[in-house]
Design a protein around this ligand. Structure first.
Ligand SMILES: N=CN[C@@H](CCC(=O)O)C(=O)O
Ligand SMILES: [Zn+2]
Length: 432
């Protein structure tokens, strides 16, 4: 009996493996030199894992006599790993298009927040929404991300700020995980804002004493899988001490620390994250030199979010200083009602133009390093044997077109493949 496999992709002008030596992240000069195979092929097995990556003739001779459920002749096309979006807030009701106009007219993010808008507006709507409504809109948003090449996305709670709604959001994320092909890393973000009518101390206490124990109970019962703990560490939201207490409580129950820090004010979040062994810190527009040095040493990933700085007209995060200091730089869309962007190709473009990253650094940041920021780089983020068979096939002569053609990803992306199954093909996305 010939051996059978799920997928063979052959004759691709380029297969961008990103790395090839089992690296868990790429930093420094390594992020500037990606592994690219000319006239390449990829095989994915029935278990959804990559079985071979290499020049087409080598792959074909290795698998002579084998059968494949699907063969894609990728002549004239390019293969890259599935993109990883390491920071999103995709579960919410009620859009904030009216606030976009206010911000264009000059209102700052904190002015809108303190006037009861921003996160508070979304919290009111999300508390009232049914799980079915939230699951419906989450499905649409994740499908949009998938069509833009994202095969693994982090998804946060954080628009409940009390037990029931936070659990409702996490359960909706859990349902989406079971229903949709896109990979999900789930984050408890009950400390996204201080709920109206509470003090910061009361909110932190509720999280540590009420919400986290209940989340842990549901995890133990197998009803919920949560991967990360997050806090918005910011002046007027959660200070360094509350942030430390909440993150430590999450870490004690096995969650990975991955939090918002140094966005609008320098808070010493980066130093705190390094001290606590955080896997990642997001934003960092206001990070200090000491924070950068601490993150480089502790191997805490910097999740940079070019859409936020762009929309809020903030100073750009100092990507070059971080890269030059050896920090592991990842990218995320920050999809949320303030930054309505589902597209990692657009995020990479903004990172290159506004944050002065090279295209190689941006792709490493949107693949292997984003997977590292989620604790998934052993299985995601590059095309290597035994990793998950998640890939994107582009109708382009060189992979850089995906970044260069700003907003052109819909035309460029021919196939999105997860675990060796085609889940999106040009104008048709499969029914899930
Ligand atoms: N900065 C805090 N949280 C989100 C925004 C959430 C919102 O405005 O709804 C962010 O990462 O940009
Ligand atoms: Zn965020």
């Amino acid at each position: 009996m010939p051996e059978s496999f799920r997928l063979l992709v052959k004759r691709a002008t380029q297969v961008v493996a990103v790395c090839g030596g089992g690296e868990r992240f790429l930093s420094g000069v390594a992020a500037q030199q990606l592994v690219v195979i000319e006239n390449g092929g990829v095989v994915v097995g029935r278990d959804g894992l990559v079985k071979a990556v290499g020049p087409t003739d080598v792959v074909e001779s290795q698998f002579r006599g084998a059968t494949f459920d699907k063969i894609i002749d990728a002549s004239g096309m390019v293969v890259i790993p599935g993109l990883v979006d390491s920071h999103t807030h995709p579960v919410w009701a009620g859009d904030r298009v009216h606030e976009f106009a206010m911000k264009l007219a000059g209102a700052t993010y904190m002015e809108v927040h303190q006037a009861g808008g921003g996160i508070h507006f979304t919290v009111e709507h999300t508390r009232r929404a049914s799980p079915e409504q939230l699951l419906g809109s989450l499905t649409q948003r994740l499908t949009r991300m998938l069509r833009a090449g994202t095969t693994l996305a982090e998804c946060k709670s954080g628009y409940g700020l009390e037990l029931d709604t936070e659990l409702k959001m996490l359960m909706v994320i859990e349902k989406a995980r079971a229903m949709l092909p896109i990979g999900i890393s789930s984050t408890y973000c009950g400390a996204h804002a201080v709920p109206k009518g509470s003090t910061e101390a009361e909110a932190a206490q509720d999280i540590v004493r009420v919400q986290l124990p209940r989340v842990r109970e549901k995890m133990t019962l197998g009803e919920l899988r949560v991967d990360n703990i997050d806090v918005f560490c910011e002046k007027g939201v959660f200070d360094l001490d509350s942030t430390r207490a909440i993150l430590q409580a999450g870490k004690a129950m096995g969650l990975q620390i991955n939090f918002h820090g140094d966005e609008l004010h320098p808070m010493n979040s980066a130093t705190l994250g390094a001290e606590l062994g955080a896997l990642a810190i997001s934003h960092l527009e206001e990070v200090t030199d000491e924070g950068i040095a601490a993150m480089a040493k502790s191997k805490t990933a910097a999740v940079l979010l070019p859409t936020t700085a762009y929309i809020l007209r903030l100073p750009q995060p100092r990507a070059r200083d971080m890269l030059d200091a050896g920090v592991i730089v990842a990218l995320g869309s920050d999809f949320n009602p303030n930054a309505y962007c589902c597209s990692m190709p657009m995020v990479m473009h903004l990172a290159c133009v506004n944050m002065r990253m090279s295209m190689n650094e941006a792709l490493a940041a949107a693949t292997i390093n984003a997977a590292y920021a989620l604790g998934r780089s052993h299985s995601h983020g590059s095309l290597e044997v035994n990793k998950q068979g998640d890939l994107v096939i582009l109708n382009a002569s060189r992979w850089e077109h995906l970044i260069y053609q700003f907003g052109g990803h819909q035309e460029l992306i021919k196939y999105v493949v997860i675990k060796g199954e085609v889940v999106h093909e040009s104008d048709k996305t499969m029914d899930f």
